[in-house]
Design a protein around this ligand. Structure first.
Ligand code: ADP
Ligand code: ADP
Ligand code: ZN
Length: 216
């Protein structure tokens, strides 16, 4: 199963993507996590990406697309994968489509997690993230079992640099301009499914799995 998670920043894509990856045993590929681990490791890519991320802007397509196209060639992606945070622009979507077409392949679903902007701001201001495994928590709605510690891997949780209110506002604008058009793109491709992401995490998850398994 090859799945794209679409939705505004903070809509809950990552939360759902990790649950899906655990359930179906396929890798969760988050471009945001890849950039953050490059920043932490001090790589050239990390240095370049940070300049954009700190401003709430998108990292340029030329630094992003090859990264993902190469990643999905790896052995663990043979039975499928979940893309979280990619594609974020029409050119990225077209490159992904071309790369798969060369192998006579295609994505199966683009799952749009739909949440209104006012809910999103609340979600992002309370988000706590695990820099080790990419899991996210919320100080009110999705607390870890032990405060400040990741349930999945035991690492200490952090507040992301780009989850500050000013940067969040910019990221939502960038989403509207650059990423929202992908909803139409994947509708035309015939693979878009939308779920109401404003409900409880487990209810949203159940909805998505029903759709993926053809029961909805
Ligand atoms: P969120 O989970 O809030 O949607 P991500 O972790 O996916 O955020 O991304 C964080 C930042 O990394 C983005 O604001 C952007 O700067 C950069 N980024 C991630 N994925 C992409 C992409 N596909 N194209 C360009 N920039 C990206
Ligand atoms: P994205 O990957 O789309 O940026 P995340 O999965 O990181 O979003 O979720 C953003 C924040 O909202 C996190 O703090 C997460 O714990 C919380 N969250 C995710 N889904 C829900 C939900 N259905 N209800 C309430 N809070 C949620
Ligand atoms: Zn973790």
């Amino acid at each position: 199963m090859k799945i794209i998670m679409l939705g505004a920043p903070g809509a809950g894509k990552g939360t759902q993507a990790i649950m899906l990856a655990d359930k179906y045993g396929i890798p969760h590929i988050s471009t945001g996590d890849i950039f953050r681990s490059n920043i932490k490791a001090g790589t050239e890519l990390g240095k370049k990406a940070k300049e954009y991320m700190d401003q709430g802007l998108l990292v340029p397509d030329e630094l992003t697309t090859d990264l993902v196209v190469n990643r999905i060639e790896e052995e663990d992606c043979k039975n499928g994968f979940i893309l979280d945070g990619f594609p974020r622009t029409i050119p990225q979507a077209k490159c992904l489509q071309e790369a798969l077409k060369e192998k006579n392949d295609h994505m199966d679903f683009a799952v749009n997690v739909d949440v209104k902007a006012e809910n999103i701001i609340k979600r992002m201001s309370g988000r706590r993230a695990c820099p080790n495994c990419g899991a996210t928590y919320h100080i009110e709605s999705s607390k870890p079992k032990v405060e400040g510690i990741c349930d999945r891997c035991g690492h200490e949780l952090i507040l992301r640099d780009d989850d500050k209110p000013e940067t969040v506002k910019r990221r939502l604008e960038v989403y509207d301009d650059m990423t929202r058009p992908l909803i139409d793109f994947y509708t035309e491709e015939g693979i878009l499914v939308s779920v109401d992401g404003s409900r409880d995490i487990n209810v949203v998850f159940e909805d998505i799995t029903k759709i993926l398994e053809g029961k909805a």
